[in-house]
Design a protein. Structure first.
Length: 362
């Protein structure tokens, strides 16, 4: 290729806060390929907090890297509707209905109740002109995605319909289950700048991130299974390998969700195994590209996710850009924090760093 190939590898939540003298999972993991890249990379810190919206969201970080941030962030529910109903018009109003069982960590009580009441919820939603679908929660509990598209209703009235339905739902839930409306949104369709500079794809993405990519005109390889299913991940990497070998893409984004899920599940052993699995596959996919000096490889943890944490950390996260620096011995939090003496880069800085080198056609 005339300008070489640009690859962004996003390892969702692979980094963790260094809260004590104990090593993070990434520091403990055996990652010979990532470490090999780090030895010829600029490695540093960046702030994952969106400067305008003051929040950390995977979708916002990725969109910022590609220069396609919406001026208004409607919440994940909006983009999730776009992903699940791509041929329909955007919603007038939408929201998550999140359920949490009191004293039940794994959420089986919620799941059981949703199954028993499935037909009731469906009839109730229909009576209020609301569409709903059950969505899996990261820690096995469940929630509903609810939305209204009725052209005759104003956005405000559409949101009221969801709230009326929600009030009825509360009446049938037992006292040991708590329910809330979350990421509520109503209004006109969100206008997004399309990603039209060069072809691009994001691998293994769904729900809100998939909807954001759809709105921006980015092709997506849809997932075929759970992010922690190693057979599914193996198929995913094989697909990526075929794309890179047979397509004309100048820019490709490889997005790995499994590290973040392992953190949320509170399983450090699983996260370490997942990191090592990803490293071995990246070696197979990316190694053939390292010999071409015009190729650029950018690796980052979109944010830090601590073991058993339900939220992404607001602290500075880590990145490295290949073929552009003296490098470090290992791609991990400790090594990068000790080397990086500058102010952490902003999301806009990262976009400029990766896409606006002197020979960039972007």
């Amino acid at each position: 290729m005339e300008f070489g190939l640009k690859i962004i590898i996003i390892l969702d939540g692979i980094a963790e806060d260094r809260l004590s003298h104990a090593s993070t999972t990434l520091e403990l993991a055996y990652t010979p390929f990532l470490d090999k890249i780090a030895q010829k990379s600029t490695c540093g810190l960046f702030c994952p907090v969106d400067s305008r919206l003051h929040m950390v969201k995977t979708e916002l970080v990725i969109a910022s890297l590609l220069g396609i941030r919406p001026q208004l962030w409607p919440g994940r529910a909006y983009f999730e509707v776009l992903y699940n109903e791509p041929r329909s018009i955007p919603p007038k109003a939408c929201s998550f209905i999140r359920y949490k069982s009191i004293g039940e960590k794994d959420g089986k009580v919620v799941e059981s109740h949703l199954i028993k009441q499935a037909s009731f919820f469906s009839s109730l939603a229909q009576s209020y002109g609301v569409q709903i679908r059950v969505r899996p929660h990261q820690q096995t509990a469940s929630s509903h995605l609810a939305w209204v598209r009725d052209k005759k209703l104003s956005p405000k009235d559409a949101m009221e319909q969801i709230k009326f339905m929600f009030a009825k739902i509360l009446n049938v839930f037992p006292q040991n289950i708590h329910a809330v409306l979350d990421e509520e949104w109503f209004g006109d369709p969100i206008q997004m700048k399309s990603f039209c500079k060069k072809p691009c794809f994001i691998a293994h993405t769904q729900n809100a991130l998939g909807g954001l990519c759809q709105a921006a005109g980015i092709e997506v390889i849809p997932p075929n299974g759970h992010p922690l299913d190693f057979n599914n991940n193996r198929r995913l990497f094989q697909q990526i390998e075929q794309y890179l070998a047979n397509s004309d893409y100048n820019c490709s984004i490889i997005y790995c969700k499994s590290t973040d899920w392992a953190s949320h599940h509170g399983d450090r052993v699983l996260k370490k195994k997942t990191i090592e699995f990803i490293d071995s596959w990246l070696q197979q996919i990316i190694s053939p590209l390292l010999g071409n000096p015009s190729n650029s490889i950018f690796v980052l943890s979109d944010h830090r996710t601590n073991i058993a944490s339900e939220q992404a950390s607001m602290n500075d996260s880590i990145f490295m850009t290949y073929n552009n620096g003296k490098g470090i011995s290992k791609f991990c939090e400790k090594a990068i924090e000790q080397q990086w003496t500058r102010k952490p880069l902003s999301l806009d800085d990262l976009f400029y760093l990766f896409f606006n080198s002197p020979d960039s056609p972007w």
